[in-house]
Design a protein around this ligand. Structure first.
Ligand SMILES: [Zn+2]
Ligand SMILES: [Zn+2]
Length: 179
């Protein structure tokens, strides 16, 4: 994911907009590996801010599949991120930056700004904490392991809510629908 800034780097205020694609870094959530479905798609604007610096404003989006932690089904989900980073031309670091640690300053060489690392690190920051296929996911029955998104299992009919048990005997069909 490299941006050619040859046309803007020497003109303060000049900018160029590009669309890029690149492979996502390996990512995982709570030990589950995410499988990329699409490359990372990036829309980026590079603006020369003077002093050999380029401001990159980027929007990145990638699609992954992974197993839902509740029902263990594979599902597809999107990760999106937006960020801004300033890149300094190598050997032209502005003096206030010299106090910072070397690798805190992003740099570019020649006509090209490589944003792959920052795209991936910002995508990683946007990952959800939990992998759940939907907020409504009902998961698996802890007794028989049936996917409850497909409907009730036999366990819930037998050991369902005790308060409703007499009702279930009186109106078997109705009580079933309520579960
Ligand atoms: Zn699920
Ligand atoms: Zn069950």
């Amino acid at each position: 994911m490299i941006i050619d800034v040859s046309t803007v780097k020497d003109i303060k205020g000049a900018s160029v907009e590009v669309e890029l694609e690149g492979p996502p870094d390996p990512m995982a959530i709570a030990g589950t590996t995410l499988k990329p479905v699409t490359p990372v798609h990036v829309i980026a604007k590079a603006t020369s801010t003077g002093h050999s610096a380029i401001l990159i404003e980027a929007k990145a989006r990638a699609e992954f599949t992974a197993e839902c932690h509740r029902c263990l089904r594979e599902f597809v989900f999107d990760i999106e991120t937006e960020f801004q980073e300033q890149y300094y031309k190598v050997s032209h670091k502005p003096s206030p930056m010299s106090d910072c640690e070397e690798d805190e300053v992003l740099t570019y060489k020649g006509d090209f700004v490589d944003i792959s690392k920052e795209v991936n690190s910002h995508l990683a920051l946007s990952l959800p904490i939990q992998l759940i296929c939907s907020s409504e996911c009902r998961g698996l029955c802890p007794v028989c392991g049936k996917d409850l998104n497909d409907g009730e299992c036999a366990c819930s009919e037998e050991e369902g809510d005790i308060r409703l048990a007499p009702l279930a005997q009186l109106y078997p069909s109705q009580a079933k629908d309520e579960f």
